[in-house]
Write a new protein. Structure first.
Length: 472
């Protein structure tokens, strides 16, 4: 789990710098494996604007650009990127700059035309594994400013090793909860408000395997522009968390998964036939997945189907036939709760391992599905437009996980810790972990939150107190 420090600060006030935070999380059982920068080292790269871009007199695929940094005379840069154009702000590596890979920028002649530096791509700056042109910056990017400062590329990113029993920490929100408990503060986070529905359209959903999928939230979005440019801040957040930017709809669903811990899926509504059915597969049933592979499902595999065919492997990967594309304008958003034992082992058996399966196998907060769609709608609207309909939640409440209270005895806590803690401190610690506590004569009745699948017996509560208070 990669957690950019600045993303965490949107959810919780952190009293420590990144190195100290990593140490404290490690001591509390969330091991920091590495602390890295948001980008590899480079220097001498600034924000610049292309004033003019003309054809190279000797090379059809090259452009001769006049580039301004806001001070001094414009520089002449020869560039081969197809997106180099007048008015674009980009990253200029002038003479003397050093790029990743020990590349020193020098003045050069390209087909007889002098170039006083280079306009850099995201790949050349270490910001992407591949790129099709030079880096495009927002129109309000300040000319002449260091790119490292402008994009905060010296930000720390915590790489956390999350144990299998703590699926709740596989999100920015989950890590923020841990920070809040350790710091004695509260998780705040960006407000997630439900916007009024702009239309009344609903898509029918039927849960035919309610023990495996007891809750399924869905919403229709109409008029989405999936060709729109994803803002740089979101692309950078995704990259720093280890996820590649694809399109507005896919990026938003991935962003919500990383932020809240709820995997989502988006369907092209026009490609869905009839309603959604969540059911177990028939032996030998085939599904073509997003990666182009066709898998043969066994009868214990949970599928998402429409009226004609399987359109996804529940909790693992969506299907290719109903995938969103650049032409997609109407979207059906899925945010479901799949029981861990309905997903566990299926992905590995089929040779698959996805961010979604990793989370569902460990347990996703079963109270989060509607909130995740609300967050996705709020993020997508300013990027790609569209109008959202009502959020429709289909559920079988009897099959949702139960959170029975667990008794914590004061004497047992003191015996295992080797010390007696004040009752107020114990209760404050548990409530700091968002557990509901009711004092008893000999201790407390404690109800774990919906996202803590690892709390079931008294020993689990004692371990929680110990790791937060700091006993070894």
């Amino acid at each position: 789990m990669k957690a950019p420090y600045s993303w965490l600060t949107e959810w919780v006030k952190i009293p420590w710098g990144a190195p100290e935070l990593g140490t404290r999380l490690t001591m509390a059982g969330i091991e920091m494996e590495a602390l890295t920068l948001a980008a590899p080292p480079f220097s001498g790269v600034v924000v610049a604007e292309i004033l003019a871009a003309e054809s190279h007199p000797q090379a059809d695929k090259l452009r001769v650009c006049r580039v301004s940094t806001g001070s001094g005379p414009p520089l002449q840069i020869v560039c081969g990127a197809s997106n180099a154009r007048a008015g674009l702000k980009s990253a200029l590596a002038s003479v003397g700059a050093h790029l990743p890979g020990d590349l020193a920028i020098k003045a050069a002649k390209l087909w007889g035309v002098e170039s006083q530096g280079m306009l850099a791509s995201a790949k050349e700056l270490g910001l992407a594994e591949a790129s099709s042109g030079i880096l495009e910056l927002p129109p309000d990017a300040p000319l002449g400013r260091s790119l490292r400062e402008y994009l905060d590329l010296d930000e720390a990113v915590l790489d956390l090793n999350v144990t299998p029993n703590r699926g709740d920490v596989l999100s920015i929100l989950g890590v923020a909860r841990e920070v809040a408990a350790l710091a004695g503060t509260k998780v705040t986070g960006p407000g997630i408000a439900r916007a009024p529905a702009g239309h009344a359209d609903r898509f029918p959903v039927k849960l035919e395997a309610p023990a495996a999928c007891p809750r399924f939230a869905g919403c229709i979005l109409r008029g989405v522009d999936n060709r729109a440019a994803v803002p740089l801040w979101m692309r950078e957040r995704l990259r720093r968390a280890g996820v590649r930017s694809i399109s507005p709809v896919v990026d938003v669903t991935n962003y919500v998964m990383l932020e809240l811990g709820q995997p989502m899926h988006a369907y092209d509504l026009r490609k869905l036939k009839g309603g959604i059915r969540v059911r177990l597969a028939r032996d030998g049933e085939h599904v073509m997945l997003l990666d182009g592979k066709t898998i043969e499902a066994q009868s214990d595999v949970l599928l998402i189907t429409d009226a004609e065919r399987a359109v996804g492997l529940a909790g693992v990967m969506g299907g290719l036939h109903t995938a969103v594309s650049a032409e997609t304008s109407d979207v059906f958003l899925e945010s479901a709760y799949f029981a861990p034992n309905a997903v566990l082992g299926r992905a590995r058996r089929l040779g698959l391992q996805t961010d979604a399966s990793q989370r569902f196998e460990r347990g996703v907060d079963f109270a989060l599905q509607g909130r995740a769609i609300e967050r996705a709608i709020a993020l997508l609207a300013p990027i790609a437009g569209g109008t959202a309909g009502p959020i429709e939640v289909t559920e079988t409440a009897a099959h949702l996980p139960k959170r029975p209270p667990v008794t914590l005895r004061r004497k047992q806590l003191a015996r295992l810790l080797g010390a007696s803690l004040p009752a107020e401190r114990v209760q404050r610690t548990l409530e700091g972990l968002e557990m509901q506590t009711t004092p008893r004569a000999d201790g407390w009745e404690v109800t774990p939150p919906s996202y803590r699948f690892d709390i079931a017996i008294e020993a689990d509560l004692i371990e929680e107190v110990a790791r937060i208070v700091g006993f070894e």
